[in-house]
Design a protein around this ligand. Structure first.
Ligand SMILES: [Zn+2]
Length: 254
């Protein structure tokens, strides 16, 4: 796991698996962890990373309801989990889905965890809207299209955009069940002005981006989605794994 400071109040850790990112954000005495690393040893060490940086974690956010972003409770078992209303609905309507998907992953990769994933009563947040943290506010923006749910978090004083599974340098746009190309394109349009103002963009998977690189990926992703089903894959993301995702996207178009 890698940990990188983007700002005195923002630290990003990147998982060894899928390069899943988790972002610590602080204002005053309060900090939140947005999303989570994937592997048990990484989750175990996140509290020490936070403490060393002087971040007192009082709550967890998840950008969307896919299991690999929901594991913060393993690091901070007492912290409440805040999610978009759309994500709270998905968690309610698909009970046990995240746990089941995590178990499948763990069985496939021989991963052992200290216990089952508990997700009691996630707290719905106002999206679009603001949520207070310490002496400041975070902006929450709807981010749907990859799945049926989701939010992006804008940290105004650090000019950092934590966007969930969009703008990834390692993954093409993925249309999961419940997602759609039109909703995905609408999210890209919503994120575009934030990307332009950003010092850093933290995608759900892959390394942290500067505004120029994030804008370039946004343009590639838009062209890809507009070109479906016959779209060419972005040059830097033309691996066999991405070709599989592309085939699934085309199948999802029906
Ligand atoms: Zn993901």
């Amino acid at each position: 796991m890698r940990a990188v400071g983007l700002h005195p109040d923002v630290v990003v850790v990147t998982s060894r698996f899928w390069q899943t990112t988790a972002t610590l954000v602080r204002s005053g005495e309060e900090s939140f962890l947005v999303d989570s690393p994937v592997l048990p040893d990484e989750l175990e060490i996140v509290p020490a990373v936070a403490e060393q940086a002087g971040f007192r974690v009082v709550g967890l956010f998840a950008t969307h309801a896919d299991w690999d972003h929901l594991l913060g409770r393993y690091a901070f078992p007492e912290a409440p989990l805040g999610v978009a209303e759309s994500t709270a609905l998905r968690l309610r309507d698909e009970p046990g889905r995240a746990q089941h998907a995590m178990r499948e992953f763990d069985e496939e990769h021989y991963v052992e965890r200290p216990g089952p994933l508990g997700l009691p009563g996630p707290q719905p947040l106002p999206v679009p809207g603001r949520v207070s943290i310490g002496e400041a506010e975070l902006e929450l923006h709807p981010a749907e299209g990859h799945t049926a749910d989701g939010m992006a978090v804008w940290i105004p004083w650090a000019r950092v955009l934590v966007c969930g599974d969009y703008l990834s340098p390692v993954e093409i746009p993925m249309l999961s069940p419940g997602g759609s190309a039109s909703a995905y394109l609408a999210t890209l349009a919503r994120l575009e002005p934030l990307v332009e103002q950003a010092a850093h963009v933290v995608p759900g998977h892959g390394g942290v981006l500067d505004a120029t690189r994030a804008a370039a990926i946004l343009r590639e992703d838009r062209a890809y989605l507009e070109g479906l089903p016959g779209a060419k894959l972005p040059l830097a993301r033309r691996t066999s794994a991405q070709k599989r995702i592309h085939a699934e996207n085309v199948a999802a178009l029906g």
